[in-house]
Design a binder for this molecule. Sequence first.
Ligand SMILES: [Zn+2]
Length: 286
Amino acid sequence: MFMRSITNKLSMIGLCLTSTVFSCSDPSEYSRVNTQAENKGYYLSDSLWRAADISVCWEDITSISDNDRFRIQQAIVDSWEAYSPLKFTGWEQCSETARGLRIAVKDAGPHVKKLGRCLDGMQEGIVLNTEFFEWNPRCRETQEQRELCVKAVAVHEFGHAIGIAHEQNRLDTPDTCRDAPQGTNGDVMVGDWDPHSVMNYCNDVFANDGILSPGDIATVQAAYDFLIDPNTVLSVTPPPQPEHTPDVQTCEMGRYVGECTMRECRGASFPGRCEDSAQKCCVMLR
Ligand SMILES: [Zn+2]
């Protein structure tokens, strides 16, 4: 039996990038990306790691339980690592000068400070959440849900950490997706706009439960094609996907009746399903 999907009752807000321009290297790259600000995309080619081995460490290994630590590591092994040539190694306490991805665990909005290799050696380059008292407390409703949130958040942020931007930043994002572009844009789009991407705020399942969609798999394999050993065959068979609810739902609460799409329920400050934010959804569409 599949674990219950969290769906969009959880806020995607905060699964974010803290910068809006690509600026980890020289000024020419900065200006190049800046002048192409309309060229929204998917992965950012300049930010891809140059070698397959990426070391990972914890800024404070005592700030996370062993179970959550292994849960996160396994989620990354089962997702980005399973479908790409990338290998995430280490997963121990960071030394002061550790390179690679340095993860801090805080009860705050999870985020990365840059895309891809720009995070190399950056202190607290990735911030993950395992508690959810302050951010997305709905993740605490059940233990199962909390664990699903831990996994989904980690897979989403590691997507950024290997250079993938938000799906809703793409130029071909349909009008029905009303989540604003957020963070650094990519510059290469792979395939069609993917409503089920772990990187898409408009996914009706929160970060797709941390399960790569077929589109995510195509993207990571296109991005890191240059690192794929010609003698190995990477799987393209997607893992079992979470259940996706129909886009349009009927909502009814008091005098407010109408239909809304999942996406329309998710305002900037009012995430939720129709039944959670019925007044807002129904008022909008009645
Ligand atoms: Zn994000």
